[in-house]
Ligand binder design. Structure first.
Ligand code: IMP
Ligand code: MG
Length: 181
Protein backbone atom coordinates (compact mmCIF):
# COMPACT_ATOMS: atom_id res chain seq x y z
CA UNK A 1 0.00 0.00 0.00
CA UNK A 2 1.32 3.43 -0.92
CA UNK A 3 2.11 5.82 1.91
CA UNK A 4 0.95 8.65 -0.35
CA UNK A 5 -2.32 7.44 -1.95
CA UNK A 6 -3.22 10.97 -3.01
CA UNK A 7 -0.42 11.02 -5.58
CA UNK A 8 -1.76 10.53 -9.11
CA UNK A 9 1.48 10.63 -11.06
CA UNK A 10 5.02 11.89 -10.76
CA UNK A 11 5.79 14.87 -13.01
CA UNK A 12 9.48 15.22 -12.15
CA UNK A 13 11.51 12.63 -10.27
CA UNK A 14 13.91 13.51 -7.48
CA UNK A 15 16.82 12.94 -9.89
CA UNK A 16 15.28 15.27 -12.48
CA UNK A 17 14.63 17.93 -9.85
CA UNK A 18 18.16 17.74 -8.46
CA UNK A 19 19.74 17.90 -11.92
CA UNK A 20 17.62 20.87 -12.97
CA UNK A 21 18.29 22.76 -9.72
CA UNK A 22 22.05 22.39 -10.38
CA UNK A 23 21.65 23.74 -13.93
CA UNK A 24 19.69 26.75 -12.72
CA UNK A 25 22.23 27.37 -9.94
CA UNK A 26 24.91 27.60 -12.65
CA UNK A 27 22.78 30.05 -14.65
CA UNK A 28 22.45 32.19 -11.53
CA UNK A 29 26.19 32.02 -10.78
CA UNK A 30 26.93 33.12 -14.34
CA UNK A 31 24.63 36.11 -14.05
CA UNK A 32 26.03 37.45 -10.74
CA UNK A 33 29.72 36.93 -11.65
CA UNK A 34 30.94 36.23 -8.13
CA UNK A 35 28.94 38.95 -6.36
CA UNK A 36 27.05 38.03 -3.20
CA UNK A 37 23.40 37.15 -3.82
CA UNK A 38 20.69 37.55 -1.22
CA UNK A 39 18.16 34.75 -1.65
CA UNK A 40 14.76 35.72 -0.28
CA UNK A 41 12.48 32.78 0.37
CA UNK A 42 8.71 32.94 0.72
CA UNK A 43 7.66 30.75 3.65
CA UNK A 44 6.91 27.96 3.70
CA UNK A 45 6.76 26.58 0.17
CA UNK A 46 10.12 27.83 -1.11
CA UNK A 47 12.25 26.53 1.78
CA UNK A 48 13.18 23.18 0.23
CA UNK A 49 13.99 24.69 -3.16
CA UNK A 50 15.91 27.61 -1.65
CA UNK A 51 18.21 25.39 0.39
CA UNK A 52 18.87 23.05 -2.56
CA UNK A 53 19.60 26.03 -4.79
CA UNK A 54 21.89 27.66 -2.23
CA UNK A 55 23.85 24.41 -1.81
CA UNK A 56 24.34 24.15 -5.57
CA UNK A 57 25.44 27.78 -6.06
CA UNK A 58 29.04 28.91 -6.01
CA UNK A 59 28.29 32.62 -5.57
CA UNK A 60 28.47 33.91 -1.99
CA UNK A 61 24.92 33.55 -0.64
CA UNK A 62 22.94 35.33 2.06
CA UNK A 63 19.42 34.22 2.95
CA UNK A 64 16.36 35.84 4.46
CA UNK A 65 12.70 34.86 4.60
CA UNK A 66 9.31 36.47 4.57
CA UNK A 67 5.84 35.04 4.98
CA UNK A 68 2.65 36.20 3.30
CA UNK A 69 -1.06 35.74 3.67
CA UNK A 70 -3.17 35.74 0.57
CA UNK A 71 -6.92 35.80 0.31
CA UNK A 72 -9.06 34.14 -2.31
CA UNK A 73 -11.96 35.98 -3.90
CA UNK A 74 -14.63 34.68 -1.52
CA UNK A 75 -12.80 35.60 1.71
CA UNK A 76 -14.60 38.48 3.39
CA UNK A 77 -15.29 40.16 0.07
CA UNK A 78 -11.61 41.02 -0.49
CA UNK A 79 -10.56 41.29 -4.11
CA UNK A 80 -8.86 38.29 -5.70
CA UNK A 81 -5.11 38.38 -5.43
CA UNK A 82 -4.90 40.50 -2.31
CA UNK A 83 -1.67 39.68 -0.49
CA UNK A 84 -0.05 41.03 2.65
CA UNK A 85 3.23 40.41 4.47
CA UNK A 86 2.66 38.34 7.62
CA UNK A 87 6.36 38.14 8.56
CA UNK A 88 8.81 40.62 7.10
CA UNK A 89 12.50 40.18 6.29
CA UNK A 90 14.94 40.41 9.19
CA UNK A 91 17.38 42.70 7.36
CA UNK A 92 17.25 45.58 4.88
CA UNK A 93 18.06 44.78 1.23
CA UNK A 94 19.35 48.20 0.17
CA UNK A 95 22.16 47.98 -2.43
CA UNK A 96 22.06 44.17 -2.44
CA UNK A 97 21.60 41.80 -5.36
CA UNK A 98 18.29 40.23 -4.41
CA UNK A 99 16.88 37.02 -5.85
CA UNK A 100 13.29 36.26 -4.85
CA UNK A 101 12.92 32.47 -4.63
CA UNK A 102 9.42 31.06 -5.19
CA UNK A 103 7.99 27.56 -5.14
CA UNK A 104 5.49 28.30 -7.91
CA UNK A 105 4.29 31.28 -9.88
CA UNK A 106 0.64 30.63 -10.64
CA UNK A 107 -1.70 33.61 -11.14
CA UNK A 108 1.27 35.91 -10.51
CA UNK A 109 -0.49 38.00 -7.84
CA UNK A 110 1.88 36.95 -5.05
CA UNK A 111 5.01 37.50 -7.10
CA UNK A 112 3.90 40.87 -8.42
CA UNK A 113 3.09 42.10 -4.92
CA UNK A 114 6.44 40.91 -3.56
CA UNK A 115 8.38 42.42 -6.46
CA UNK A 116 6.72 45.79 -5.96
CA UNK A 117 7.33 45.70 -2.22
CA UNK A 118 10.98 44.66 -2.51
CA UNK A 119 11.71 47.08 -5.36
CA UNK A 120 10.68 49.93 -3.07
CA UNK A 121 13.49 49.07 -0.63
CA UNK A 122 16.33 50.03 -2.97
CA UNK A 123 18.04 46.75 -3.85
CA UNK A 124 21.00 46.96 -6.27
CA UNK A 125 19.15 44.45 -8.46
CA UNK A 126 16.02 42.33 -8.11
CA UNK A 127 15.27 39.08 -9.96
CA UNK A 128 12.99 36.06 -9.57
CA UNK A 129 13.78 32.37 -9.51
CA UNK A 130 10.93 29.87 -9.35
CA UNK A 131 10.93 26.12 -9.10
CA UNK A 132 7.65 25.81 -11.01
CA UNK A 133 5.92 28.07 -13.49
CA UNK A 134 2.28 27.50 -14.46
CA UNK A 135 1.95 30.11 -17.18
CA UNK A 136 -1.45 28.87 -18.37
CA UNK A 137 -2.96 30.26 -15.14
CA UNK A 138 -1.28 33.65 -15.25
CA UNK A 139 -3.55 36.64 -14.60
CA UNK A 140 -0.92 39.35 -14.00
CA UNK A 141 2.32 39.34 -15.95
CA UNK A 142 5.58 39.08 -14.02
CA UNK A 143 9.10 38.76 -15.44
CA UNK A 144 10.60 35.36 -14.52
CA UNK A 145 14.40 35.43 -14.68
CA UNK A 146 15.09 31.79 -13.74
CA UNK A 147 12.73 28.80 -13.76
CA UNK A 148 13.28 25.10 -13.29
CA UNK A 149 10.08 23.66 -14.79
CA UNK A 150 6.95 24.71 -16.62
CA UNK A 151 3.95 22.64 -15.42
CA UNK A 152 0.44 21.90 -16.71
CA UNK A 153 -2.77 23.15 -15.12
CA UNK A 154 -2.94 20.54 -12.34
CA UNK A 155 -2.46 20.89 -8.58
CA UNK A 156 0.98 19.61 -7.60
CA UNK A 157 2.78 18.73 -4.37
CA UNK A 158 6.34 17.97 -3.28
CA UNK A 159 9.64 19.87 -3.12
CA UNK A 160 8.05 22.32 -0.70
CA UNK A 161 4.56 22.49 -2.21
CA UNK A 162 1.79 21.33 0.08
CA UNK A 163 -1.77 20.15 0.17
CA UNK A 164 -3.20 21.04 3.59
CA UNK A 165 0.41 21.36 4.85
CA UNK A 166 1.28 17.79 3.82
CA UNK A 167 3.70 16.45 1.18
CA UNK A 168 6.20 19.33 1.32
CA UNK A 169 9.00 16.87 2.08
CA UNK A 170 8.56 14.72 -1.04
CA UNK A 171 11.73 14.85 -3.13
CA UNK A 172 9.74 14.65 -6.36
CA UNK A 173 6.96 16.79 -7.83
CA UNK A 174 3.65 15.00 -8.29
CA UNK A 175 0.12 15.67 -9.46
CA UNK A 176 -2.44 15.24 -6.69
CA UNK A 177 -5.48 13.05 -7.00
CA UNK A 178 -7.90 15.24 -5.04
CA UNK A 179 -10.41 12.39 -4.52
CA UNK A 180 -7.95 10.24 -2.60
CA UNK A 181 -6.42 12.66 -0.08
P1 IMP B 1 -0.22 33.01 -7.04
O1 IMP B 1 -0.31 34.30 -6.32
O2 IMP B 1 -1.52 32.58 -7.64
O3 IMP B 1 0.91 32.97 -8.07
O4 IMP B 1 -0.02 31.92 -5.90
C1 IMP B 1 1.08 31.16 -5.71
C2 IMP B 1 0.96 30.42 -4.40
O5 IMP B 1 -0.17 29.53 -4.38
C3 IMP B 1 2.18 29.53 -4.26
O6 IMP B 1 3.23 30.19 -3.58
C4 IMP B 1 1.64 28.32 -3.51
O7 IMP B 1 1.73 28.51 -2.12
C5 IMP B 1 0.18 28.23 -3.91
N1 IMP B 1 -0.02 27.25 -5.00
C6 IMP B 1 -0.37 27.52 -6.28
N2 IMP B 1 -0.46 26.39 -7.01
C7 IMP B 1 -0.16 25.37 -6.18
C8 IMP B 1 -0.06 23.92 -6.39
O8 IMP B 1 -0.27 23.36 -7.47
N3 IMP B 1 0.29 23.20 -5.27
C9 IMP B 1 0.54 23.78 -4.06
N4 IMP B 1 0.48 25.11 -3.84
C10 IMP B 1 0.13 25.90 -4.90
MG1 MG C 1 0.40 26.44 0.10
Amino acid sequence: MSATPAIERILFTEEQVNARVKEVAQEIDAKYEGRAVKLIGVLKGSVFFLTALARAMESPVKIDFLAISSFSGHDHGRPQGMVRIAKDLDEPIQDEDVLLVEDIVDTGFTTRYLLQTLAGRGPRSLAICTLLDRTVRRIVQVPIDFRCFEIPDRFVVGCGLDFKQLYRNLGYIAVMNPERD
